[in-house]
Design a protein around this ligand. Structure first.
Ligand code: NAI
Length: 810
C-alpha cells in the first residue's frame, strides 16, 4: 500500500471521521415529559379535549420521538379565550416592561441553545451544524432585537396600539426560527398569541413554551397548540382572533386569504418561492459555487427563499456547471447529528415523495438530471443534491416550488434577458445576483420582483431587516421596523372600531354587462343646472374615452327632490381591462424621481385651487351637505395633494444595521398597478386621499370614483390634463363601485386594490386571492381628519419594502 507523503496528499486522501453530537440530553428531556406533550394554554399544560394525538418522528431514523395533541375546536377556543383574557394586561404594560420579558426570552434561548439545537435537529432532520450555528443564534437575536422595539414602542410607534389576539401558523422548515419571527414582534407590540407549529415539527415550539413559562411570561400571553392543518383552519376561522400571521405554502395562504376575507382580521402571509440565482460572466465563480451550496443545499433545499433557479450568463455556464458538479460530488449527506455532514434528512415521507415526483417530471419533460455518484443513507428520508440542466423556462421544474435539494439551471445572454427570466414566475420572494460589477448589480436589483435581493451572497437573514414577498409569495414583512407594523393598528382605529372591524360582505356584485339597466339618459326637468349637454366619458391612458357600452348612468342629487345633477359613463369589464393596460403602459412612473412626482401633485393642486367654487358647488349638488362643507372638502383635498407632494421625495427607505460587513438597503418600492374604489362620501377628498399617496409613491392607478357622486372625479379630468400627469398614471372608470371593484380584484395584472366602498370589502379580499394581490379596506374613516385620512399608513400601504443586501470588502 502506498502511503501519502506530502501534506496536500494527506489532506486529499483523509477520510472524514464521525463527529457525532450526543442526543442524550434531549432524549432525557423527552423522557421527563413522559413521552407525550399537552397543549400550553393559559400558562398551563392541558390535555386535548377529545384525546386525539399523533406521533412525532425523527426523519433521519424513523424513530418515534414523542406524541403530541391534535387540538380540536374546543382546544383552539380555550387558547383564544386565554389570549383574549391576557390581552389587556399585556397590552397595558409599559414598553419597557415588555422589553424585559423579551430580553428574558432571549436569554432563556441562549442558556438552552444546545438543547434546542439538538431537539430541532432530531425533530426536523436538519444538520446540527445549521441548527447550532444559524437557527438558534438567529432566534436569540430576534428576541434581543425585538426587546429593543418593545422598549422604543411608545416613541417610535406613537399613535399605534397592538393589533390584539393573533393566531400564528408556522411551517416545519425552520421550526424555532419561525416561532421567533412570529412571537417576538407580536409580544413587542403588545399582542397576545395562539401559536400553532407545523405537525411534523412541533417540539421546539413546545420547548420554547416551557422556557417562556419558566422565564415568567404571564399566563395566556403565549399559547401553543399542536395539530395539523385542521387545527390551523380552526384558528384562522375563529371569530375572536384579530390577526393571522402565516408562513407556509401558497396554496394554504390562498385559503387563508379567502377565509379571512371581510372579517377585518389583519393578515400577513409569507408563502412559497422559486427564487432566481443570477450569475453574470464577471462573477467570481468559486464564490458562486459556495453561494449555490448555501442557496439550494442549505436545509436540504427546504427553504422558502432557496435559490432554486440558477440563471447563468451563457459564456460561463459550462465552467460553472463543471465546478458545481465537482463540488456536489464532495457534499456529504448523512446523520444530522454528525457535525461533518452538509445535508441532513428531508422532513417527512410525503415531502420526499413530492421531491421524487417532481424530479421524475423534470426528466420526463426532457431536462438533463445529474446527481453525485455516492448513495444516500437508507435508514431515514434522505435525498441527494440534484442538478438539472437544459431546462426550458416553462418546464414544471422551472416553475413549481420543489422544496428540496434540486437546482434547475438555465442560461441567458443579456442583463435584460436575465431580468425577464428572473421575473418569469408568479412568485417574488428573493433573488441573488452575482457580479463583480456593482453598477450592474444595482441596476438589476430594483428590476427584480422580489422582497429580498442578495448581491454576491445568499440566504442571509437578520432580525433588523424585513423579510417577505412580492406577488404570490405573500405580503407583509417579518423583522425590522417594517415587520412591527404587522402587529400594530392606528390608535384611532382601535378606538373607533374596537380591536377589530367585523366588516361586512360586499354583497352580490351586480353584473356589469349589457344586461345592466342604465339609468335614464334624460335630464330631470327640474334640474337647476344648465342643460346637460355632454356626459363625461371615462379617463383612460390620458384620454377621455367613451365607455365600451354606450350606456350612461344618471347622477341624482340628495333627497328630497333627487334632481339629476349629471350623467357619467357606465364602465364595464372591457373598460377596466383597457384602463389596466394603460396603467401598465405607464409603468415608467415608478422610475420617475420623487421630485418630479411632487411637481405633478403640486401642479394638480395648483390647477384645482382656482376652481374651488365650481368644485364645491358640484359636491353640494351631489351630496346636499351645504356649500360651506363642500368648500372645506375642496380645501382639504388641495391640502392633501400638498401633503403627498411633500412626501413624494421623502418616503425614504432605510439602511439596516445587519451583522454583515456591508449594507442592507431597505427600499420602498411601489406595488405596481393598483385599483382604487373610492368611498361614497366625500367625492373629491375621498378620491384624492386614496389616489395621491399611490401616485406619489410611483404606482399607477385605475380609480372607480364615488358611485353616487362621481362628478367631482370626472370634473377632475381637465385638471389632470393640464397638470402634466403622464398618460396612464391615473385612469378613471365610472360606474357601479362593487361590480367594477370585483373586476379589478379578479384581474391578474392588477397588483393591489384599495377598497373604500360601503360594502366592507369582503368580495375584494376574496377575489384578490387569485394572484395574492395586496388589498386594503380603507372605509369608514373621517376623511377630513388628517389623523385618519392621510399620512404614513397610506404610504406604507402604497409601497412594499425590498431589502437589498450588499456585502463589501475584498
Ligand atoms: P402547509 O402550507 O400545508 O403547512 C404550513 C402550516 O400551515 C402548517 O402548520 C400546517 O399545519 C398549516 N396548515 C395547513 N393547512 C392549513 C389550513 N387550511 N389552514 C390553516 N393552516 C393550515 O405546507 P406543507 O404541506 O407542510 O408543505 C407543502 C409545500 O408547501 C412544500 O413542499 C413547500 O413547497 C411549501 N412550503 C413552503 C414553506 C415556506 O416557508 N414558504 C414552508 C412549508 C412548506
Amino acid at each position: 500500500m502506498n502511503h501519502p507523503t506530502g501534506i496536500s496528499e494527506i489532506f486529499e486522501t483523509m477520510e472524514y471521521g464521525p463527529a457525532p453530537e450526543t442526543d442524550q440530553p434531549v432524549l432525557e428531556w423527552l423522557a421527563r415529559h413522559g413521552g407525550a406533550f399537552g397543549l400550553y394554554v393559559g400558562g398551563r399544560w392541558v390535555p386535548g379535549e377529545d384525546g386525539r394525538g399523533f406521533d412525532v418522528i425523527n426523519p433521519a431514523t424513523r424513530a418515534k420521538l414523542t406524541r403530541v395533541v391534535q387540538a380540536g375546536a374546543a382546544d383552539v377556543s380555550a387558547a383564544v379565550v386565554a389570549a383574549r383574557a391576557a390581552l389587556p394586561g399585556w397590552a397595558g404594560l409599559s414598553g419597557h416592561a415588555r422589553a424585559r420579558h423579551l430580553y428574558a426570552l432571549a436569554r432563556a434561548v441562549q442558556k438552552h441553545s444546545r438543547l434546542l439545537a439538538v431537539l430541532e435537529s432530531l425533530d426536523n432532520g436538519k444538520s446540527i451544524r445549521e441548527t447550532r450555528d444559524i437557527d438558534i443564534p438567529l432566534v436569540a437575536r430576534h428576541f434581543y432585537h425585538h426587546a429593543g422595539w418593545a422598549q422604543l414602542l411608545e416613541t417610535e410607534f406613537a399613535g399605534y396600539g397592538p393589533a390584539g389576539v393573533v393566531g400564528q401558523i408556522i411551517p416545519w422548515n425552520f421550526p424555532l426560527l419561525m416561532v421567533a419571527w412570529k412571537v417576538a414582534p407580536a409580544l413587542a407590540a403588545g399582542c397576545t398569541i395562539v401559536l400553532k407549529p407545523a405537525e411534523f415539527t412541533p417540539l421546539t415550539a413546545l420547548a420554547f413554551a416551557e422556557l417562556a413559562h419558566e422565564a415568567g411570561l404571564p399566563p395566556g400571553v403565549l399559547n401553543v397548540i399542536t395539530g395539523d392543518g385542521e387545527t390551523g383552519k380552526l384558528l384562522v376561522e375563529h371569530p375572536d382572533v384579530d390577526k393571522i400571521a402565516f408562513t407556509g405554502s401558497t396554496e394554504v395562504g390562498r385559503h387563508i386569504r379567502q377565509a379571512t376575507a371581510g372579517t377585518g382580521k389583519k393578515l400577513s402571509l409569507e408563502l412559497g418561492g422559486k427564487s432566481p440565482f443570477i450569475v453574470f460572466e464577471d462573477a467570481d465563480l468559486d464564490s458562486v459555487v459556495e453561494g449555490v451550496v448555501d442557496a439550494i443545499w442549505f436545509n436540504q433545499g427546504q427553504v422558502c427563499c432557496a435559490g432554486s433557479r440558477l440563471l447563468v450568463q451563457e459564456g460561463v455556464a459550462a465552467p460553472l456547471i463543471d465546478k458545481l458538479r465537482a463540488r456536489m460530488e464532495k457534499l456529504r449527506v448523512g446523520s444530522p447529528l454528525d457535525k461533518a455532514v452538509d445535508m441532513g434528512a428531508i422532513v417527512a415521507p410525503v415531502q420526499l415523495e413530492r421531491i421524487r415526483g417532481l424530479v421524475e417530471k423534470g426528466v420526463e419533460e426532457g431536462a438533463q438530471m445529474w446527481q453525485p455518484s455516492w448513495a444516500c443513507p437508507t435508514d431515514g428520508y434522505f435525498y441527494p443534491p440534484t442538478l438539472f440542466t437544459d431546462v426550458a423556462p416553462a418546464a414544471t421544474i422551472a416553475q413549481v416550488e420543489i422544496f428540496g435539494p434540486v437546482l434547475v439551471s438555465m442560461t441567458f445572454r443579456t442583463p435584460t434577458e436575465a431580468v425577464a427570466l428572473a421575473n418569469n414566475t408568479p412568485f417574488g420572494l428573493a433573488a441573488s445576483v452575482w457580479t463583480e460589477n456593482i453598477n450592474l448589480a444595482l441596476d438589476i436589483a430594483p428590476k427584480i420582483k422580489a422582497g429580498v435581493v442578495w448581491v454576491n451572497c445568499t440566504n442571509l437573514f437578520d432580525a433588523a431587516a424585513g423579510f417577505g414577498g412580492y406577488r404570490e409569495s405573500g405580503f407583509g414583512r417579518e423583522g425590522g421596523r417594517e415587520g412591527m407594523w404587522e402587529y400594530l393598528k392606528p390608535t384611532w382605529e382601535l378606538e373607533t372600531t374596537g380591536m377589530r372591524d367585523a366588516g361586512g360582505g360586499m354583497g352580490e356584485a351586480a353584473e356589469v354587462s349589457g344586461a345592466t339597466h342604465p339609468a335614464s339618459p334624460i335630464p330631470h326637468p327640474d334640474s337647476p343646472l344648465p342643460a346637460i349637454d355632454r356626459t363625461p366619458k371615462l379617463f383612460i391612458g390620458g384620454k377621455q374615452v367613451r365607455p365600451d357600452q354606450a350606456y350612461s348612468r344618471r347622477i341624482v342629487g340628495p333627497p328630497p327632490g333627487g334632481r339629476t345633477v349629471g350623467e357619467v359613463g357606465e364602465g364595464n369589464r372591457k373598460d377596466i381591462r383597457n384602463a389596466v393596460e394603460a396603467a401598465h403602459a405607464a409603468a415608467g412612473w415608478a422610475q420617475a424621481t420623487g421630485h418630479l412626482r411632487a411637481q405633478v401633485l403640486y401642479y394638480i393642486a395648483e390647477n384645482l385651487a382656482p376652481r374651488q367654487a365650481e368644485f364645491a358647488a358640484r359636491i353640494d349638488a351631489m351630496t346636499g351637505g351645504g356649500v360651506d362643507a363642500a368648500r372645506r372638502e375642496v380645501d382639504a383635498a388641495i391640502a392633501r395633494l400638498f401633503t403627498y407632494a411633500a412626501w413624494a421625495d421623502k418616503w425614504d427607505g432605510a439602511v439596516h444595521h445587519t451583522p454583515v460587513r456591508g449594507v442592507t438597503l431597505a427600499m420602498n418600492e411601489p406595488i405596481g398597478v393598483v385599483g382604487v374604489a373610492c368611498p361614497d362620501d366625500h367625492p373629491l377628498l375621498g378620491f384624492v386621499s386614496l389616489v395621491a399617496p399611490l401616485v406619489a409613491t410611483g404606482n399607477t392607478v385605475v380609480v372607480i370614483p364615488s358611485e353616487p357622486a362621481p362628478l367631482s372625479a370626472t370634473d377632475l379630468y381637465s385638471v389632470l390634463e393640464t397638470s402634466d400627469v403622464p398618460a396612464g398614471v391615473i385612469n378613471i372608470v365610472t360606474g357601479a363601485t362593487d361590480a367594477l371593484a370585483q373586476i379589478l380584484a379578479e384581474h391578474l395584472d392588477v397588483d393591489g386594490v384599495w377598497y373604500g366602498g360601503a360594502a366592507g370589502g369582503k368580495a375584494v379580499e376574496l377575489a384578490s386571492a387569485g394572484n395574492m394581490k395586496r388589498t386594503w379596506v380603507a372605509h369608514r374613516r373621517d376623511w377630513l381628519d388628517p389623523r385618519q385620512g392621510e399620512g404614513r399608513e397610506f404610504l406604507r400601504r402604497a409601497t412594499q419594502v425590498k431589502n437589498i443586501w450588499i456585502p463589501y470588502g475584498e
